[in-house]
Design a protein around this ligand. Structure first.
Ligand SMILES: [Zn+2]
Length: 138
């Protein structure tokens, strides 16, 4: 089942397809380990090349977003292109490394408020100790 070409995957990654065509390709990739493999090799090629999307990922591990980018993804604080790419990386490629990373980030974000407060308090208290008035001079 080779009804998705290399070119189409490139176009897909460039967001240059219609909505319908893009979702057809996404589903085809999801359903085929052969296409997933092809996608990975295309991503690796793009990563090495001068492609603009590749340039974004070059800093990361292969095609993986950085931890900072994953954090920004959780906060929805990314450009649409980058957001879509990371969502694709997580949901379609299901990169185990990034999924684990994301879980970790998520658990840190859901850290309960009191804990944050008490940490702030600790910092405050410890700096209070530092600003004792100087001993009077004679
Ligand atoms: Zn990854």
């Amino acid at each position: 089942m080779r009804d998705v070409t290399r070119e189409q995957i490139h176009l897909y990654l460039d967001n240059a397809l219609t909505e319908a065509e893009a979702s057809r390709i996404e589903q085809a990739i999801r359903a085929s380990s052969e296409l997933k493999q092809l996608l990975r090799s295309i991503l690796a090629e793009r990563d090495r090349g001068e492609h603009s999307v590749g340039a974004i990922w070059r800093r990361g591990h292969l095609s993986c977003p950085s931890r900072e980018q994953l954090g920004a993804y959780l906060l929805r604080a990314l450009d649409d292109d980058l957001f879509d790419y990371i969502r694709f990386h997580l949901e379609t490629i299901q990169c185990p490394y990034c999924l684990a990373n994301l879980d970790d980030l998520r658990s840190q974000q859901i850290e309960p408020q009191p804990k944050i407060k008490s940490r702030r308090q600790r910092i405050f208290e410890s700096s209070v100790g530092l600003i004792k008035p100087p001993a009077p001079r004679r």
